[in-house]
Design a protein around this ligand. Structure first.
Ligand code: HEC
Ligand code: HEC
Length: 384
């Protein structure tokens, strides 16, 4: 059964404004060449057809986040012991989840004009069985904090002067326009620890070149995970590949996200011009007042940049749109120190629905020669 509900108008943006909060759905641009559809790569795709493999894996992240089930909460435990083929094994929970996709699509098509307004998260909100009785503790207790990962829009109009000032103070806080312009490449070495490494630190190397290329190599004991953004394409190959011997081509918000990630690292002065417009808001991060700049661009999901009072970027949130709703990716940057006159973060935590990883940088090399070959499409890794 193919749920042919995907929006026909590619790249159109639709915002539903509910007070200061709103939800954006930007269906991914036409998938870049080399991005294969899930049903051609996996064995038993029944409802999530016609979407690229990275988007398919992001839907698994949404499923897990919404229901708080890990992969084996729905999939056969054979996935832990047998080959990755076991993900195709049908379980009662998988059948139930397939019904949920069909139900959700019907609701959105019938009542929300085909927008992905009701997602798995709308009902489940991090519970396997959604609530159905009001909770008086919540009604009369301290209201819960707003979810920082919801797409946020500001309640006041654009103020171009304020936006220019904020970007100028960011560049100033980094060390000034001249120092920032002098940064043409960098190499960072340190450690990575995530759920995929059972939280143990393993070596990580990052190579980046202005105006925006970035390769991250995570040296897992089982083999290397390579994430390569060559300025246009974003690929993944490694021991965490979705299927054996596979190089993944990222699409949509994962692809535009790689662009801003590389700019944050090596070309911060280019971020402002990479989006069509910016809006300003305020919030708190770790009890510190932050200014939020939200960048939007036709056909892309937005990016939110959180600057502290010193003008440094302390958080970045971006989204990848999937057929079951948007999933956030968040970076929390800290421990800024000067490297050749430019403040660089020595620590950041990257959180997304499939993983959370901490990067601790031990050494930066500014303007080291980084050969083109570092940004070549990574070769797939053979897996069992
Ligand atoms: C809430 C239930 C649920 C959770 C949690 C879940 N999945 Fe799935 N998964 C499904 C369903 C349903 C399908 C089939 C989709 C379809 O038929 O279109 C599927 C299919 C897959 C497939 C394709 C298998 C094939 O060859 O056909 C892979 C790979 C996969 N899931 C990986 C994962 C990973 C990795 C995780 C953990 C991050 C995960 N899933 C978490 C429900 C779930
Ligand atoms: C309109 C509300 C709604 C939406 C949207 C929704 N669900 Fe559900 N879901 C439910 C309810 C209600 C139940 C519990 C039914 C029951 O009591 O057994 C449930 C149960 C489930 C279960 C069984 C859980 C268990 O442990 O027994 C799974 C798995 C599931 N949903 C997955 C999903 C996924 C994946 C999505 C997104 C594609 C989704 N649901 C979207 C309302 C929803």
């Amino acid at each position: 059964m193919n749920v042919g509900w995907r929006r026909a108008i590619w790249g159109a943006t639709a915002a539903l404004c509910v007070c200061a909060l709103s939800v954006v759905s930007v269906r991914s641009q036409a998938a870049p060449p080399g991005a294969e559809m899930a049903e051609t790569v996996f064995q038993n795709v029944q409802v999530l057809k016609g979407i690229p493999v990275d988007e398919f894996m992001d839907t698994m992240g949404m499923f897990a986040a919404a229901t708080t089930k890990d992969c084996t909460g729905c999939h056969s435990p054979q996935v832990l012991t047998d080959s990755r083929d076991a993900f195709a094994v049908v379980t009662p929970m998988i059948q139930r989840a397939r019904q949920m996709v069909v139900m959700m699509n019907t609701i959105n098509r019938t009542y929300f004009g085909g927008e992905t307004r009701v997602t798995c998260y709308t009902c489940h909100a991090a519970k396997d069985i959604p609530e159905w009785v009001p909770n008086l503790e919540i009604q009369y207790g301290t209201p819960p904090l707003p979810n920082p990962d919801t797409l946020r829009f500001v309640s006041f109009p654009d103020d171009a002067d304020q936006v220019n000032e904020l970007f100028a103070s960011y560049i100033q806080a980094l060390g000034g326009a001249q120092a920032v312009a002098g940064m043409t490449s960098l190499v960072a070495r340190g450690t990575y620890s995530g759920w995929d490494t059972s939280r143990s630190p393993v070596p990580v190397e990052i190579f980046a070149r202005a105006p925006g290329q970035m390769t991250t190599l995570v040296e897992r004991t089982e083999g290397t995970n390579s994430y390569v953004f060559d300025g246009t394409n974003f690929w993944f190959a490694g021991v965490d590949a979705a299927v054996p011997n596979y190089t993944l081509t990222y699409t949509g918000g994962n692809l535009s996200g790689a662009r801003v990630d590389s700019q944050v690292l090596v070309a911060p002065s280019l971020i402002q011009a990479s989006y069509d417009s910016w809006q300003v808001s305020e919030d708190f991060v770790n009890d510190e007042l932050v200014t939020i700049l939200q960048g939007t661009k036709e056909g892309e999901t937005p990016v939110n940049l959180f600057f502290n009072e010193a003008g440094l970027l302390v958080r970045l949130i971006r989204w990848a749109d999937t057929s079951v709703g948007p999933v956030p990716t968040q970076f929390d940057f800290s421990d800024y120190r000067a490297v050749s006159g430019v403040q660089r973060p020595y620590r950041w935590v990257k959180s997304w629905t499939n993983n959370q990883a901490t990067f601790v940088i031990e050494e930066y090399q500014m303007n080291a020669a980084v050969p083109d070959a570092r940004f070549a499409r990574p070769e797939p890794v053979a897996l069992r």
